[in-house]
Ligand binder design. Structure first.
Ligand code: CMC
Length: 392
């Protein structure tokens, strides 16, 4: 027995020391290794940000070249790996496919699973970051019945991914620079977010010394939920349900009703009690993409913009500091780019893999690291004697 601090949802417990990501939720600040998220989203690219998160510093030109080349070289999947996809039903949720297939990577790369060997950890990290877009695109292609598109390493990370998702073998595919830039930005904005549920899951799983590919699969499982990564999918489904601008007041009323479980998806955040700085960048990107695609008149977008306006002025949302979060705008953008809602969380997983890996490595390298083992406040039955079935 013992006396433990009761902190459901870990709202006030720091589970680790970390040097990777800093958030000031009250001020709406998000820094990766000290650099503001808006500067990175506007001036950097995902590969450079991945290097920064993993290594702590921005790379020099040669380091970036080498890192970029290494990632491009690891994009292929083992030929036998395709059989995993074919075992799923065509209508399987792509996040279910991700959990299964990423976990299965652990069965393919025995040379990179010795977590005590720094070189093996590095190779495992590169493999995961590089293969994630290929796996995600295959999950998408599988659901449409189209043939898989092999990665082409002349393309950058985001362009390669878009091509693997949207190219068909019979036709030329030109990657739109605006869409590639938007994809890259979405990846940057989602790359890390300190000790959120999925990252904590990766750390907890990894703290036992488990296989790194399996730990990332655990992170994907945690990310799937609608209160976390699944919110972008839930936000778009909600916009569809609302359907038209005249329905908005009814849904705002429901969101405020304590007896109604309905929440405005894409609003609110555990940490940000000010405008989510990622949402600001994402809002601009959403408009750029919609302009490029001529999708400004999309009725869903109109519902979204009106909902945003009403909620930002509504007393309930103002008082509770509920602002639109990144998922509100990323959902609209991804839909316009041609991704089905089921893919939204998958794209989040592709990006967050970098954060998961950086956090996992930091934990493994931390000499104070221990197996994660929360305690509990026991509220169950007191000790009692077993009663045989005939006497119950
Ligand atoms: N709509 C209506 N009311 C809300 C909402 C919402 N979206 N979010 C919070 N509230 C209310 C909630 O009812 C509660 O009211 P009261 O204090 O009267 O009981 C108060 O605001 C505080 O909410 P909470 O659930 O205690 O706060 P939390 O920190 O546990 O939850 C959250 C944060 C993100 C789970 C929640 O805001 C939510 O469910 N939002 C919708 C889902 C969503 O968009 N999630 C994406 C988060 S960003 C992406 C990511 O990091 O994964």
């Amino acid at each position: 027995a013992g006396v433990f601090t009761f902190d459901p949802g870990f709202t006030s417990t720091a589970s680790c020391e970390s040097q990777i990501t800093y958030i000031d939720g009250g001020e709406g600040v998000l820094l990766y290794r000290g650099y503001p998220i808006d500067q990175l989203a506007e001036q950097s690219n995902f590969t450079e940000v991945a290097y920064l998160l993993m290594h702590g510093e921005l790379p020099g030109a040669r380091e970036l070249d080498e890192f970029d080349w290494t990632l491009r070289r690891h994009t292929m999947l083992h030929d036998q790996f395709d059989q995993f996809f074919r075992g799923f039903r065509r209508d399987a949720h792509p996040m279910a496919i991700m959990v299964g297939t990423v976990g299965a990577l652990s069965a393919f790369y025995h040379d990179s699973t010795d977590i005590n060997d720094p070189e093996a950890r590095t190779i495992a990290s590169h493999r995961m970051i590089a293969k994630m877009p290929t796996i995600a695109a295959r999950a998408f292609k599988y659901s449409t019945g189209q043939p898989f598109i092999t990665p082409l390493n002349k393309y950058d990370y985001a362009s390669n991914f878009l091509r693997m998702c949207f190219a068909v073998p019979a036709e030329e595919y030109e990657v739109s620079p605006t869409l590639a830039r938007a994809m890259d930005r979405i990846f940057i904005l989602h790359a890390d977010h300190e000790q959120n549920a999925s990252t904590s899951t990766v750390r907890l799983a990894g703290s036992s010394g488990a296989n790194p590919f399996a730990c990332i699969a655990a992170g994907i499982a945690s990310l799937w939920g609608p209160a976390h990564g699944g919110a972008n999918e839930a936000a778009l489904n909600m916009l569809r349900e609302i359907g038209s601008v005249d329905q908005i007041p009814e849904y705002i009323k429901r969101a405020k009703d304590k007896n109604d479980p309905f929440r405005l998806m894409g609003f609110g955040h555990r940490v940000y009690k000010n405008y989510d700085p990622r949402a600001k960048v994402m809002r601009t990107t959403a408009h750029e993409v919609l302009d490029e695609l001529g999708a400004k008149d999309d009725p869903l977008l109109q519902v979204a913009m009106e909902l945003e306006k009403i909620a930002l002025e509504d007393e309930y949302f103002v008082e509770k500091k509920l602002y639109p979060n990144i998922d509100f705008y990323s959902g609209i953008t991804l839909k316009a780019m041609g991704f089905p809602t089921e893919m939204f969380t998958v794209l989040f997983a592709v990006a967050r893999t970098v954060g998961w890996i950086a956090q996992w490595s930091e934990m493994i390298e931390d000499p104070s690291q221990k197996i994660g083992r929360p305690r509990q406040i026991f509220t169950g039955a007191e000790g009692r004697d077993y009663v045989p079935l005939s006497k119950r």
